[in-house]
Design a binder for this molecule. Sequence first.
Ligand code: PEP
Ligand code: MN
Length: 352
Amino acid sequence: MIIPKNNRLTSDEIAGITAIVGAFGCRIQPIVGDVRTVYAILGDERDELMINRLEGLEFVDRVDTIQSPHKLMDIKSALASHRVKIGGITLGEELLIMAGPCTIDPANPNYFYETAHAVKEAGAHALRGGVWKPRTNPYAFQGDRRSLDILMEGSRRTGLPVDTEVMDEEQLRLALDAGVRILQVGARNALNYSLLRQIGRAVAGTPTAVLLKRGMHTGTLNEFISAAEYIVNFGNPNVMLCPRGTQPALDGYRNHPDESITPLLKERTWAPVVVDPSHSVGKAVYVPACALAAVAYGADGLCIEAHLNPSQGLGDDPKQAVTPAALAELIIRAKAVHALRRSGSSATVTAS
Ligand code: PEP
Ligand code: MN
């Protein structure tokens, strides 16, 4: 819908607009009002270049689009019946719990193995563990290739699938060759389309899933969903959206917790939402409340940093990893909230 600056467009202006939209297979239809006339765009109005050209016209006030910009991810798309399955859990039916340390310590593999057993015992369905680490400070520990073997050994010992972040094509190849079942795209790479493209191509037609974190800046929901669509577009719909807090931080928390966007995502897209409360709040003591809030808001799963002995961990673990005991209690409560939500009122039914 084109809203002109003046009450109506002149015939020259209409000719200019008709030429622009015509190049994209569209036409315009005036909707004449008592005071002003607006112009509906008939046809597929999703082309960003067309919108940019229209918005660039000095006699156009704004352009409102009503079609979803993401055809594949739309809640009404043919993929809406697709279900992502991880570790025996069908997302959307049962609550998925992924847990494990922020960063695997290559010098102390037993920490990972013991943590892996402990989080399984606590009720986790998948393990997380950072092999390669994006850091706020580039001189901080950036991970170690040897940790990939430790990650996979933890997977073998527990029988749980593993999630790890990849940041480039080499890491992607190594992770897939090793048998990583869930690839994580981190907040710092959320809009790195060349990485998303490489991942999309590499996982096309495989059961591998992708956990796509939300970018750290307060990006729009459409931007988040469109990034997911870019992966799905290559032929693998096993993508999970992961709100993880945005910047600027809320004073006292590491980020601005954003689990409350879950119902908005679920209204627009069929993709499951797996919230990361750990990076959202950044302190272990606040993680359970954020996790429960996420489930109440409609999350299909949680990805939680947990460590057998957080103070001895690397990366984020000393400040934000919960212990296996805290995780076990959190899971019991999160499942209770999940059950309550699913038994729910009409208000929560739309979000589940
Ligand atoms: C992580 O999961 O450890 C991590 C670095 O996450 P994010 O990309 O959300 O900061
Ligand atoms: Mn972390």
